[in-house]
Design a protein around this ligand. Structure first.
Ligand code: TRP
Length: 467
């Protein structure tokens, strides 16, 4: 029997709204900002191939697992896991995985808000015409000035966190649907326009080859990063998708829904890469520039094309919206849990959690300027140190949180979720939720969830620790 539980937080109007919400969660800075710069850092095509393999072999099975656990449990991830574990005669401690995921999501939100804040700054600078006719050096300098100023970063970080909090406090179900319906298609259109521009740069094929050329020798360089990014870009491993699954209507096919989300997310990332790299090459910039890549290349593009001022402003508004529909999904699991647990209002719970994330986010703000020398996880000749000021190597605060979440917490959370769906839930329960009639197709998906995804995560995870 399909679960007859009801979510106290509300239910999406249709499967379509789940697709919008989950795609809104998945498509974000990860696609437009992180994917291109990571591809640049890890050598292009080899990274892209590993990324695609990770998405389809590991990422999508986890998304399936999360969605079906959420819909069957109909509560926040922590309580969904607890209830379903008890129903299946397993230990309620499975819910600890969701607890860890919740914390991971809040940690991600802390730095996500800072980066999303940059787009606020760029909306204004772009609208103001500050990038008119700008050179690559000029754009680099403008970006440097922004990140060097902790006050400016704090302002935008604060604003973005407020935006996120306001939507969550009002309730996701009613508040978001309308804006998502308009903004997501618009994001696609603008990406295509940008793609069109990059085709006119004369370096389109160079960008294309950079993204898609197969370099076997580099294949293993980026595999760990690719796996981490597959988790990040699909929003899996922390319960974001699970909590959205809890709001999904009873009779809706999970399999095709999840596939649609995965394909849309991948398309946006690849399009962003195809749009960005030709511009990078045309301007004689470095593809391996790191986190600043998008914030330096796009102004150059927009500053030098017809209607660039308008289009550029619109584009950064859409980056903002993409980030915003993602950031709410990071806050929702914890908010749903605390509402269930404390019976306090969404407004109260959201305020406390957003404030907490804001404080942690200040660490990221400072890691781009006055705190750049504060290094964590330092491996030196004399061994390992958790913290050292001014250490060679090591990671600053932002890199540390990014590393801790993408490389460690997300894979662990994802592993727990697929194991739970594959080995704790009864086969019949999974079959009912997936509602797939074709036994072959069901067998394939079930095998991906039970065997392939867990093994994939384990192998990459162990390789990471051995490095
Ligand atoms: N997927 C989003 C992006 O690509 C970020 C995101 C939203 C996320 N929710 C998450 C990442 C949960 C990890 C976990 O920008």
């Amino acid at each position: 029997m399909v679960s007859d539980k009801v979510s106290i937080h509300g239910t999406w109007a249709s499967r379509w709204v789940f697709i919008l919400a989950a795609t809104g969660s998945a498509v974000g800075l990860g696609n437009i900002w992180k994917f291109p710069y990571m591809t640049g850092m890890y050598g292009g095509g080899a990274f892209v191939i590993m990324y695609l393999v990770c998405i389809f072999m590991v990422g999508l099975p986890i998304m399936l697992a999360e969605t079906l656990i959420g819909r069957r449990g109909r509560q926040s991830p922590v309580n969904a896991l607890r209830t379903l574990a008890l129903e299946s005669g397993a230990s309620p401690r499975w819910s600890w995985a969701a607890l860890m995921g919740m914390v991971a999501a809040l940690l991600i939100l802390s730095f996500y808000s800072v980066i999303a804040g940059w787009s606020l700054d760029y909306i204004i600078a772009m609208g103001d015409g500050q990038f008119e006719g700008i050179s690559a050096e000029g754009a680099g300098a403008a970006f440097g000035t922004l990140t060097a100023d902790p006050w400016r970063l704090t302002l935008w970080h604060t604003l973005f966190m407020l935006l996120t909090g306001v939507v969550i406090a009002r309730g996701v179900v009613a508040g978001l649907e309308r804006s998502l319906r308009i903004m997501m298609p618009l994001l696609f259109v603008l990406l295509l326009v940008l793609l069109g521009y990059s085709m006119t740069t004369g370096h389109f094929m160079q960008g294309f080859h950079f993204l898609f050329d197969f370099q076997p020798d580099k294949l293993l360089d980026g595999v760990l990063a690719a796996m981490g990014h597959a988790f990040f870009t699909l929003s899996v491993g922390v319960g974001s998708i699970m909590v959205y699954g809890a709001y999904m209507p009873k009779r809706a096919s999970i399999g095709s829904t999840v596939l649609a989300v995965g394909i849309l997310d991948t398309l946006v990332a690849l399009t962003a890469g195809l749009a960005l790299f030709p511009i990078v090459f045309a301007a004689g910039m470095e593809p391996g520039a790191g986190p600043g890549l998008m914030f330096v290349t796009l102004p150059v593009a927009f500053g030098n094309i017809a209607f660039g001022q308008v289009m550029g402003t619109l584009f950064f508004i859409l980056v903002l919206v993409a980030a915003w529909t993602s950031s709410i999904s990071m806050l929702e699991p914890a908010v749903a849990y605390l509402v269930e647990r404390t019976r306090r209002s969404r407004v109260q719970v959201t305020s406390v959690l957003a404030l907490l994330c804001w404080v942690v986010g200040m660490g990221t703000v400072l890691s781009f300027n006055v705190g750049a020398e504060a290094k964590f996880f330092v491996f030196t000749a004399d061994g390992f140190q958790l913290f050292q000021w001014g250490a060679e190597g090591g990671r600053n605060f932002f890199d540390s949180i990014d590393y801790l979440t993408s490389r460690i917490l997300l894979p662990l959370g994802g592993l727990a979720f697929v194991l739970f769906a594959g080995w704790v839930l009864k086969r019949e329960a999974v079959r009912e939720e997936l509602a797939i009639n074709n036994p072959l197709l069901f067998g394939l998906l079930y095998w991906l969830i039970r065997v392939v995804a867990p093994l994939g995560i384990l192998i990459v995870f162990v390789a990471e620790l051995m490095k």
